[in-house]
Design a protein around this ligand. Structure first.
Ligand code: ZN
Ligand code: ZN
Ligand code: ZN
Length: 365
C-alpha cells in the first residue's frame, strides 16, 4: 500500500514539476509511510526525490519507533547534529521542492537560511490529488469509523445516554469516552451545544446544565486506525430535543432535513462541489433562513478531519469517484437556537453513498 502511494506521489511530482518532496509533522507523512512525526522540537522529515532513494531523517532516539520498510531508508541524527544540514545535503540544490503544508515555520526558515536558492512549493500540490480520492480500503476504514459514531448517536436518540441534568461538558466527556470505547484511537472533538449555544456552530462545551425543553446539538468524531496504523476520521452531527419541540423549531428542522437530503442526493460523480452546496442552500434560502446558514456545506475527510474537497460556493471542481466529504448544513438563530445535520458521504460511480445511516429526524427524548 505505501509503495503504491509513493509511486503515485512520484507520478504527481513529475506532472507538477516537483523535484523533491519534504514531509514533516501532519497527515501526509503517515499517509505515505505509516509513520507519524512526533510534534516536538526535533526534526523528522521524509526526503523523497522524484528519482532516487527516499530517506526519512529522524531523531536517533525516535528511530526505534520507525518500522523498517523497503520504500525508504532511515537516517537517524544525533543530538548534536544539525538535521537541516542533513536535509539540505540530500536535496540537489536546484529545482522545485514541495514542503508539507503543516511543516513548522522554524524548519522552513531554517532550510531557506541554509539554501537560499531553494524554490519552495506546498506539498498539497502533490498530496491533495492523492488523498482526495479514496481507495476501496480507505472507504472501508471511513465506513467503520462512521458506523462507530452512528451507534453512539443511536444511543443519544434513544435516551440511553443521560442528557437532561448533565452539563454540556459532562455529555461531551461521555461522548468522548464512547468514541474510544467504539474503537477509535482518539477523540478529535465532541461538541455539545444546548439551547441558545446551539447557534454557535463550533461551541465549546461548558458548564451549562442541559434543561428540559431545549435543543441539544452534538457533533463528534475521532480517528480510527487501519491495519497499517494509519488513522481515518469520523464526523457526525445529530440534534435531540429534550421534550416536545415548539412548532417554530420543528419548522426550522424540517427545512434543514430537506436541505441536507438534497445536498446528499446532489453529490454524484461529475457534479461540481459548489452545486452540492447550492442544492441544500437554495432550500434553506427559499424558506427564509439563508442568512442563518453561515458556513460551507462540507469538507473532505480521510486521514485528516478536514481536507479537500471543500463543498463550498466557488469550488467548481467536479466530484470524483472516491471523494469522501461531509454534508452538514446548519441553521443558527443567534440568542435562540440552532441545528445542524451532518453525514459523511462518498461519491461513488453508482451514486452518493452516505456512510452514516443513523436516523436524521429530530429525536425527542
Ligand atoms: Zn465544523
Ligand atoms: Zn462535525
Ligand atoms: Zn464536519
Amino acid at each position: 500500500m505505501f509503495a503504491d502511494r509513493i509511486v503515485r506521489a512520484r507520478r504527481e511530482m513529475t506532472e507538477r514539476n516537483v523535484d523533491t518532496l519534504l514531509l514533516s509533522v501532519g497527515a501526509d507523512l503517515p499517509y505515505l509511510t505509516g509513520y507519524s512525526a512526533m510534534p516536538l522540537e526535533r526534526l523528522t522529515m521524509l526526503v523523497l526525490p522524484r528519482d532516487g532513494e527516499a530517506r526519512l531523517v529522524v531523531p536517533a532516539l525516535e528511530a526505534p519507533l520507525v518500522a523498517a520498510r523497503d520504500e525508504f531508508s532511515i537516517v537517524p541524527w544525533g543530538e548534536t547534529e544539525d538535521p537541516l544540514d542533513l536535509v539540505v545535503s540530500m536535496i540537489d540544490g536546484r529545482g522545485r521542492t514541495a514542503i508539507g503544508d503543516t511543516t513548522w515555520s522554524r524548519f522552513v526558515v531554517g532550510l531557506l537560511d541554509r539554501a537560499p536558492d531553494l524554490t519552495l512549493a506546498n506539498a498539497s500540490e502533490v498530496m491533495t490529488p492523492l488523498r482526495a480520492v479514496k481507495s476501496a480500503d480507505e472507504v472501508a476504514c471511513l465506513r467503520s469509523a462512521a458506523a462507530a459514531v452512528d451507534r453512539i448517536a443511536a444511543r443519544l436518540r434513544s435516551g440511553e445516554i443521560a442528557i437532561v441534568g448533565q452539563t454540556e461538558a459532562q455529555l461531551s466527556a461521555e461522548l468522548g469516552r464512547q468514541i474510544v470505547e467504539e474503537g477509535h484511537q482518539k477523540v478529535n472533538f465532541a461538541i455539545v451545544a444546548a439551547g441558545a449555544n446551539a447557534a454557535s456552530p463550533h461551541h465549546h462545551a461548558g458548564d451549562r446544565v442541559i434543561q428540559a425543553g431545549e435543543v441539544v446539538l452534538c457533533d463528534f468524531g475521532g480517528t480510527m486506525l487501519d491495519e497499517a496504523g494509519v488513522g481515518y476520521c469520523s464526523d457526525l452531527t445529530r440534534c435531540v430535543y429534550t421534550g416536545e419541540p415548539p412548532a417554530e423549531f420543528v419548522e426550522l428542522y424540517d427545512v434543514l432535513f430537506e436541505a441536507q437530503a438534497a445536498s446528499v442526493a446532489a453529490a454524484t460523480v461529475g457534479t461540481p462541489a459548489e452545486l452540492v452546496d447550492r442544492a441544500g442552500r437554495s432550500i434553506i434560502e427559499a424558506a427564509g433562513y439563508g442568512e442563518y446558514f453561515i458556513h460551507r456545506t462540507g469538507h473532505g475527510i480521510g486521514v485528516e478531519a478536514h481536507e479537500e474537497p471543500y463543498i463550498v460556493d466557488g469550488n467548481d471542481e467536479p466530484l470524483e469517484a472516491g471523494n469522501a466529504f461531509s454534508v452538514e448544513p446548519g441553521i443558527y438563530i443567534p440568542g435562540k437556537w440552532g441545528a445542524r445535520i451532518e453525514d459523511i458521504v462518498v461519491a461513488d460511480d453508482s451514486g452518493p453513498d452516505p456512510l452514516n445511516r443513523v436516523d436524521h429526524s429530530l429525536a425527542v427524548i
